[in-house]
Write a protein of this length. Structure first.
Length: 630
């Protein structure tokens, strides 16, 4: 057997990565991740087991590392242990890293491009000829920061015809060359910079730093951060590249051509880049909402936005760890400790604003299950639970009139903890889970007459200048015209509103997915009016009362009281979300487009929220038959 110290294993792995990925930074990042692991556990690498990997990943989550960072470190470790097995010629050696177990669920984030107003704010503060030229290449040519660094003086071909774009030869990832284009109308800053420099080395790097040396990626990032602070816009090279991709997508550039333009080897990467610019979804939304309530919508011009700058004043305070309720102290120690271990692994995966409430919701769901069990027989450990206990609980709950979906939700939490304990080998046997048949429940949307009555009342209140009324109106429109979950609404920041394009950016929604939703002009106008009544710097929470974040209970009560004043009782955030989905579906939006707006993984989930009306089915049937017979 090969005997090596940890240092020698790292050196051998680094040499292997350097040979496999020449001229790339893979070796640097992977070795850094291995060093992080060794800083946590310095035992010989050859003796590392799955338990040590579990402990390291738990530690990384406890330190607040992002899901992407944890996934990369798990991938680095997995690659190393595969390399070790190959070096030891032990093909059957078990890799202690399991990506499904250790990488965790990844956030599905949208690219954060610049909106058109932010682009104008950026250009207003850029003064350097060189910096303007670099920004043009990223903003209109979609270049990566590394490609800007390596672009040469002779990379440009300027045609004589003004209507033809400038050709730029780019050396991208993997040393692959491609051609990108920049309109001559936007190329002037680059032309000015080319005129201002000496052209002794046409194949040398175009952009230099203040010492006359080729600029590096971190130098460009520093420059953009400087301008970002001046215009109060978070500017990065990647945001400029994403903005270029969005513009081209909005201009209906075909996906395959756009993928080639951006230098992507996988078209799915391009799709992620342009998710902000789903023109089809936006157009379907506007058409459906206009058709649904054309007589209610207004087209008044946007409310003027003041340019006053304010320091962020409305911020949420988050608990560092779960603060259990007092009644949880009554749980047997072993059950409580195991539950807390399970919550600890989930804690870092939830977004900070939802951690305490999510953990509390889970234990509240578990509490009646255990309370019932303790009344039947004194169970004091999770591994003492038997199948007969679970079956008896289900029967008892259904017999006393509990809904099947409520009982299923309880079992979801019970078995989530059981699977966690079995996965960590803290449970020897995982008991089978009994099936619970659920009824096909109808969505809880408002009826058309109720929606018309509510929309009419809210429209009448929109001209009210009272701050409290403006808050109520804005709450309604974001929920009813944007289809947001209440938790997503409460997390909105001022920077997430794109007034110029009538859209909202939802950050880390359910399952940590980012998405874009669109707003009607009426909703946009209402938000602009409301925004003037609260602190409104980019990082401020959008919804607040007297400088304090709006909380769920207050939002719920306000919405309920507001709707009652309109003569429509029992309106909740969830009912408005159901109504939003049903309205769009019955006014022409495709189910796939609706799924995207709702933020659902599965089309079946979207169908739970939205149901086609009989009249819609009849109309679509008649249209289809006419197309066939004509």
């Amino acid at each position: 057997m090969i005997t090596r110290s940890n240092e020698n294993w790292l050196l051998a792995f680094k040499n292997f990565l350097t040979r496999k990925y020449p001229k790339r930074t893979t070796a640097v990042h992977y070795i850094s991740d291995l060093k992080q692991f060794l800083a946590h556990d310095d035992r010989p690498l050859i003796k590392v087991s799955r338990q040590e990997i579990d402990e390291f990943i738990d530690n990384q989550r406890a330190l607040g590392k992002s899901a992407a960072t944890i996934k990369r470190r798990a991938a680095s470790l997995k690659s190393f242990f595969s390399f070790m097995a190959d070096e030891l010629n032990e093909v059957k050696r078990v890799n202690p890293v399991d990506m499904k177990r250790h990488a965790g669920k990844q956030a599905k984030q949208l690219p954060r491009d610049l909106n058109n107003d932010e682009v104008e704010q950026l250009w207003a503060v850029v003064t350097s000829v060189r910096d303007k030229a670099m920004i043009v290449l990223m903003l209109y040519g979609g270049l990566r920061v590394e490609e800007v660094v390596t672009v040469t003086q002779d990379a440009f071909t300027i045609p004589e015809q003004i209507e033809e774009p400038v050709r730029v030869r780019v050396c991208g990832k993997g040393r692959k060359e491609r051609i990108v284009y920049i309109p001559q109308s936007n190329f002037e800053p680059v032309s000015a910079y080319l005129t201002s420099i000496r052209k002794e080395h046409p194949k040398g790097n175009l952009f230099k730093n203040h010492r006359g040396q080729p600029i590096r990626p971190n130098g460009i990032q520093w420059v953009l951060r400087k301008y970002g602070k001046q215009c109060d816009v978070a500017v990065t090279p990647h945001r400029l590249r994403h903005t270029c991709a969005r513009w081209l997508a909005e201009g209906h550039m075909p996906l395959l051509s756009l993928s080639r333009f951006l230098g992507h080897s996988d078209v799915h990467t391009t799709q992620r880049y342009i998710d902000n610019a789903d023109v089809g979804v936006r157009d379907q939304y506007q058409t459906a909402m206009t058709q649904a309530a054309d007589h209610i919508m207004t087209t008044e011009p946007p409310f003027p936005v003041e340019s006053e700058e304010l320091e962020p004043t409305v911020e949420q305070q988050f608990a560092d760890s779960f603060e259990p309720p007092e009644w949880m102290a009554e749980w047997p120690p072993a059950i409580r400790e195991a539950t807390n271990k399970w919550l600890d692994t989930r804690w870092a995966q939830w977004k900070p604003s939802r951690r305490q409430s999510n953990a509390l919701r889970h234990v509240r769901i578990l509490h009646p299950f255990w309370r019932w069990q303790w009344q039947q027989r004194p169970i004091d450990r999770w591994d003492a639970l038997q199948l007969s206990d679970v079956e008896a609980f289900i029967s008892a709950e259904l017999e006393r009139g509990m809904k099947a979906v409520t009982v299923k939700t309880t079992l979801d939490r019970v078995y989530a903890v059981l699977h966690f304990l079995a996965d960590r080998e803290l449970l020897t046997t995982l008991i089978p889970r009994p099936d619970i048949k659920l009824p096909d429940s109808l969505p809880k949307h408002l009826q058309p007459q109720e929606l018309l009555q509510l929309e009419t009342y809210v429209g009448q209140q929109s001209d009210n200048t009272n701050d409290a009324v403006l808050l109520n109106v804005s709450l309604y429109y974001v929920l009813a015209h944007g289809g947001l979950r209440i938790s997503e609404l409460l997390d909105l920041r001022v920077r997430d509103i794109d007034f110029s394009n009538g859209r909202l950016r939802i950050n880390a929604g359910k399952a940590n997915k980012d998405r874009i939703v669109y707003l009607t002009q009426t909703a946009t106008n209402a938000l602009q009016r409301y925004k003037q009544t609260v602190p409104n710097t980019p990082n401020d929470l959008l919804f607040s009362i007297q400088g304090q974040p709006l909380v769920y209970s207050t939002a719920y009560k306000r919405l309920r009281a507001f709707s009652r004043s309109a003569g429509v009782p029992d309106v909740s955030p969830l009912r408005l979300r159901h109504t939003y989905a049903t309205t769009l579906l019955n006014n022409g939006m495709t189910i796939t487009a609706l799924r995207k707006l709702m933020g659902h993984e599965n089309l079946n989930t979207t169908l739970i929220y939205a149901r086609l009306a009989d009249t819609t089915v009849r109309h679509q049937y008649q249209q289809a038959m006419e197309n066939v017979t004509n």
